[in-house]
Every structure is written in structure tokens, then in C-alpha cells.
Design a binder for this molecule. Structure first.
Ligand code: AMP
Ligand code: ZN
Length: 460
């Protein structure tokens, strides 16, 4: 291809030319939501990044098979395999069953995705629908000698893998040295749970029989098991947020390497955080910003998508209302500008080429947006070609530019009546009455403009 697609792979920490592993399609696995609560706009930023990645792959002619999991069991409140299952905790918080909140928050998540124009994955797979696959996976790595048992579960022995933690460049020696801290029955600080036993004497809402006893899977095993089931032993790209690098993805790699000997994905890509006043956007803090919070405050969800497009996915982005205002204004101007351009052209080859060069440079969407603005300003090509090019670009931006229409004002009957009365006064040359009626219209928020054809009403 004339303009190779370069993507940043966090495993090798390098920009690499993307080539699919198999002809005919790209396998993409992205870690989905933990459905114990609503998603916050930080989570949404990561999903927008993954959606843009998918669209860029499609722009390059690849068919993408996208698999996303729904974590509805096993994600504990602490990454160190302690604390409570977030689902059971959510159940206590809401007074609903763990199964019920999984359903409610999965539905809310999907609504957010639709509002953000995020194309759904081909396979959306729940952890609780894949308990057998997870048990089989654990049994297999147990046979290979990677596991040990403690009083609360089956653990992965990370010391068995010399390259454990490579993705995160973990300082294993440093972690070992500090291991006096809360190691419990774990043999090494980085060891993690594959299967947790239901605590004795308690009945969990979500628990299953297994060769090791009644319990539930650890959080990481679901992704190794489902990625393998739907995409194979070695997949093209795996994504998630940057917080997944040191623990979740590191452990997915360990499990898959133990079972099939691969590092699970050829490219490991991560969306960097959206920050709220420079702090991590945390649901545990209680109040958090949801997409629907923005909508309640009058913003179009696609203004948030636009905001995400303005920053590179590998840099953190600080959320502010001013930044969202600027994004909303830019999106409106872009929609209006495109709407006003005449149709009937074909995309301009050099604009498309420049656009491809930017998006293929590790998804430089901010630069691609700059080209869109050049086209809108009319600097580059004839207006119909500019319009056709912008509509093509929107296959990647996903801003629904083609379907946007200016809002049709409905003019209230009373305003029509005032305007008609004013027209009659003018026809009768009763200027004082016409002026009085104009002032009344203005007070109601309407401006009347006279022309040879009559008059038009506009919002002031
Ligand atoms: P969770 O529901 O916690 O499993 O997270 C869902 C996705 O959002 C994961 O890919 C996380 O890595 C990602 N994520 C969590 N917090 C943020 C944040 N503040 N900014 C961007 N992505 C995030
Ligand atoms: Zn995962």
C-alpha cells in the first residue's frame, strides 16, 4: 500500500507497520465495561478511541472482526485480588440482584455507545456466559504446572514465566523486595487469582461448581478465554485503557502464554485517560460524569466525540466544560459548513491522500480534522469536491455529518398572528401600529424582516 498504516504497539513500545496476521480480516479484542454501575465519560473516551481504530482499519480496506467482553463477574474492588466483587457490591448499593444490575448497566452502556456513534462489536460476550471456557482454560494451565492453591482460590504462579510483566516493563525484583506488604498466602506479589472460592458460610449470587470447588473466575481469565474462543491463539490487536497495562493485560498475556505460548496479541494498544481536574475519574468517588450528564446539560453526545477526536489517544486529556463548549461550537460549525456546500462532486484525490497519511500515522485524528477545516474554508478544492471529501472523512470521524439538518424552527401561532397583523398595518400605512407590533414581536423573541416577497420571521 502506498501509505502503510503505522500503529503504536505498547508491547514492543514502538510504532510498527500494521499487517494482518491472516488474509481476509483483522481480529480486534477490546476490554469492555464492568457492569456494576454506569460508565463514566473517561470509559467513553477509550471506547471512542477503539471505534476510531476500527474505522481506520476499515478505511484501509480491512474487514474487522471485533469482540468485546462484558465483565459481569469477578472484577474485585482491588486489583490485588482482595476486596469484594464489584457486582455484589453494586447489588448491595442498589438493592437489586447482581444479575439485574448486570442487565441494567449493560443496556445503559449500549445506549451510550449508540449515542456516540460507536459501531457495536460483532461479538459482545458476557463473562458469565463463558464459565465453562474459563474453567477449561484454568484446568489446562493447571496441568502445565502454572497454578497453586491457597485457602481462597487457585492462583497463577508468575515466577514460572521469566518474561512475566514485559508489557508493563514491571520491575519484578523491586516488587519482590517489597513483598512483605500484604502478600497473604500468595507466593509472589504479582501472582493473581484464576478462580476464587465462595467464602465459606456465605452464598454468593454468582457462583458455579468447578473442579476446585464452588466459586467464580478471576477477572483476567475471561478475556484470555473469550479472545481465544472467538479470535484464536494469536490475534491482531488487543485494546483497553492505559490502566490495564500493569495488571489486567499483563495477566491476560501470562495466562495465554502459559496455555498456547503466544503473547495473545500482535499489537497491544491503549487509550490514555480522560482526567477530571487532573484526578482519575473514579466511580468509587461517588459522583462521576456520565454521557447523560452532558446531555442533561444540553450537549450533543457527538460534541463529546468531537472533543475526543481533538486529542491523540496516547496522551491524557483533561476534561473541562470550556473544552466541551469549544468542541460543541466546532462541531456545529463543521455541520453547518458542510450542509451549506453544494453536492454533486467526487472526493478530491489529494485531500484523501493527505487525510490517509494522517490517520495512518498512528491515528493522528487531530491533524485529519485540520484538513477537514481547510476544506471547509474553501482553501483547497472546489466546493462540491470538498463536500464529497468531507463526507468520506466522516467514515472515520463518525460525526454523522451527512445526516445533520439545521433545526426547523416552529413558529408559534401567536407570533404568526402578530406578524400578519403587522403586515396588515403596513399595508394600511399605519406605521405607528406596525412599529408597535414589531416591538411586541421582538419582546417575544422574534425578528421580522421585510422583503418584496413579504416577510420572514427569525429568532432574535
Ligand atoms: P471498567 O468499566 O472499569 O472495566 O473500564 C472500562 C474501560 O474504560 C477500560 O478499557 C478502562 O481501561 C477504561 N477507563 C477507565 N477509566 C478511564 C479514564 N479515566 N479514561 C479513559 N479510559 C478509562
Ligand atoms: Zn480484558
Amino acid at each position: 500500500m502506498a501509505q502503510p498504516l503505522k500503529l503504536y504497539d505498547n508491547y514492543t513500545r514502538s510504532l510498527r507497520t500494521f499487517e494482518p496476521l491472516r488474509a481476509g480480516g483483522v481480529g480486534l479484542y477490546t476490554c469492555g465495561p464492568t457492569v456494576y454501575d454506569y460508565q463514566h465519560i473517561g470509559n467513553c473516551r477509550t471506547y471512542v478511541f477503539e471505534d476510531v481504530l476500527k474505522r481506520v482499519l476499515e478505511w484501509n480496506g480491512y474487514a474487522v472482526r471485533h469482540v468485546m467482553n462484558i465483565t459481569d463477574v469477578g472484577h474485585l474492588t482491588s486489583d490485588a485480588d482482595e476486596g469484594e466483587d464489584k457486582m455484589e457490591k453494586g447489588s448491595r448499593r442498589t438493592g437489586k440482584s447482581a444479575w439485574e444490575i448486570a442487565r441494567i448497566y449493560t443496556e445503559a452502556f449500549l445506549e451510550d455507545m449508540r449515542a456516540l456513534n460507536i459501531e457495536g462489536p460483532a461479538v459482545l460476550s458476557r463473562a458469565t456466559d463463558h464459565i465453562d471456557e474459563q474453567i477449561e482454560f484454568i484446568a489446562d494451565i493447571e496441568k502445565k504446572g502454572y497454578t497453586y492453591r491457597t485457602s481462597d482460590g487457585i492462583y497463577f504462579d508468575t515466577s514460572r514465566q521469566p518474561d512475566y510483566g514485559y508489557l508493563a516493563r514491571l520491575d519484578k525484583a523491586g516488587l519482590e523486595a517489597g513483598k512483605r506488604v500484604e502478600l497473604g498466602e500468595k507466593q509472589h506479589p504479582t501472582d493473581f487469582a484464576l478462580w476464587k472460592f465462595s467464602p465459606p458460610g456465605t452464598k454468593r449470587q454468582m457462583e458455579w461448581p468447578s473442579p476446585w470447588g464452588i466459586g467464580f473466575p478471576g477477572w483476567h481469565i475471561e478475556c484470555s478465554a473469550m479472545a481465544q474462543k472467538y479470535l484464536g491463539d494469536f490475534i491482531d490487536i488487543h485494546c483497553g485503557g492505559e490502566d490495564h497495562i500493569p495488571v489486567h493485560h499483563t495477566n491476560e498475556i501470562a495466562q495465554t502464554e502459559a496455555r498456547v505460548g503466544t503473547r495473545l496479541a500482535n499489537f497491544w494498544m491503549h487509550g490514555y485517560f480522560l482526567l477530571d481536574n487532573d484526578a482519575k475519574m473514579a466511580k468509587s468517588a461517588g459522583e462521576f460524569l456520565r454521557l447523560t450528564t452532558l446531555v442533561e446539560r444540553g450537549y450533543d453526545p457527538l460534541a463529546f466525540r468531537y472533543l475526543c477526536l481533538t486529542a491523540h489517544y496516547r496522551s491524557q486529556l483533561n476534561f473541562t466544560w470550556d473544552a466541551l463548549d469549544a468542541a460543541a461550537t466546532a462541531l456545529d460549525r463543521m455541520r453547518r459548513g458542510l450542509y451549506d456546500l453544494p453536492s454533486g462532486g467526487t472526493p478530491d484525490a489529494s485531500a484523501i491522500e493527505r487525510f490517509t497519511a494522517e490517520i495512518n500515522d498512528d491515528l493522528n485524528i487531530a491533524r485529519a480534522l485540520a484538513i477537514a477545516w481547510e476544506l471547509l474554508r474553501g482553501d483547497l478544492v472546489a466546493p462540491p469536491a470538498a463536500k464529497a471529501s468531507l463526507l468520506a472523512f466522516d467514515r472515520v470521524f463518525g460525526l454523522s455529518l451527512a445526516t445533520w439538518q439545521p433545526r426547523q424552527e416552529t413558529i408559534p401561532e401567536a407570533v404568526h398572528a402578530l406578524a400578519a397583523a403587522r403586515a396588515a398595518a403596513r399595508a394600511a400605512k399605519d406605521w405607528a401600529e406596525a412599529d408597535r407590533l414589531r416591538a411586541e414581536l421582538q419582546a417575544a423573541g422574534w425578528e421580522v424582516e421585510d422583503s418584496s416577497a413579504g416577510y420572514t420571521l427569525k429568532r432574535r
